[in-house]
Design a binder for this molecule. Sequence first.
Ligand SMILES: NC(=O)c1ccc[n+]([C@@H]2O[C@H](COP(=O)([O-])OP(=O)(O)OC[C@H]3O[C@@H](n4cnc5c(N)ncnc54)[C@H](OP(=O)(O)O)[C@@H]3O)[C@@H](O)[C@H]2O)c1
Length: 245
Amino acid sequence: MERTALITGAGRGIGAVTAQELARRGFRAIVNYRTDTAAAASVVERIEAAGGTARAVRADVRDPGEVDKLVGACPRVDALICNANISPPFAPLAELSWADFAGKITGELAAVFHVTQRVLTLMRKQRGGQIVYVSSISAGLARPGAIAHGTAKAALDSFARHVAAEAGAWGIAVNVVAPGAVRTEGSAAMRTPEVERSLARRSVLGRMVDPEDVAAVIGAVVDGGFGAVTGAHIPVDAGAQLIPG
Ligand SMILES: NC(=O)c1ccc[n+]([C@@H]2O[C@H](COP(=O)([O-])OP(=O)(O)OC[C@H]3O[C@@H](n4cnc5c(N)ncnc54)[C@H](OP(=O)(O)O)[C@@H]3O)[C@@H](O)[C@H]2O)c1
């Protein structure tokens, strides 16, 4: 039976390239998106042009009813990649409203809670599966203005470890891939050429991270024969965390 990968937030950025990578590895890709139907259709077209199988399914993954329909559209799920970008407000605590802060925290967790719960039921029946959460190195850092993003991703990391602990008995592996700054539309507003040069200088490898770098790691985690790896937290940041400042 054809293996199926459900990738949330796959209309562009890391999710789109991950869907292409998993299709290249032989998965049927379910390309989830929220608003941009044309972008998701173009991801499906690219996958089909390369000989793969894909289908775009619109759903706001924060909404349990929409997630029911999304998971209902999947014949099975062998790999779930929770990637949807819940845009954070970037502001220091003094300037943040509770509504904006809470919106990011609850949005980040709702976007993984409902889809994980429903997919775990399927994977349990299938007797196995792989889940990857796309977090961020921001979870372990503390930068002024990133309090909502960092706190939300730290909560996601903890959620992932608990899912790993509960799902292991059913043969389900659960891991976190944590990018540093990646060149995507989601980060475009913050990436002037000067910021890019400074980020590259502050990384051990002297470079920025591209969506392909993150997709390659996700592909290896779910399809690289890493049968004994669960509960892992894998930074994809060109070594940016090794250099302070
Ligand atoms: N880019 C970075 O520098 C960076 C660094 C560290 C971690 N990350 C993490 O990597 C992930 C992907 O980031 P990205 O930069 O690739 O994002 P992006 O370019 O902004 O793309 C976001 C994708 O998520 C979809 N999406 C947003 N809200 C959704 C929702 N509620 N339900 C379903 N889909 C939704 C969007 O769909 P529509 O366009 O159709 O609305 C879009 O396809 C995020 O979890 C982000 O936190 C990114």
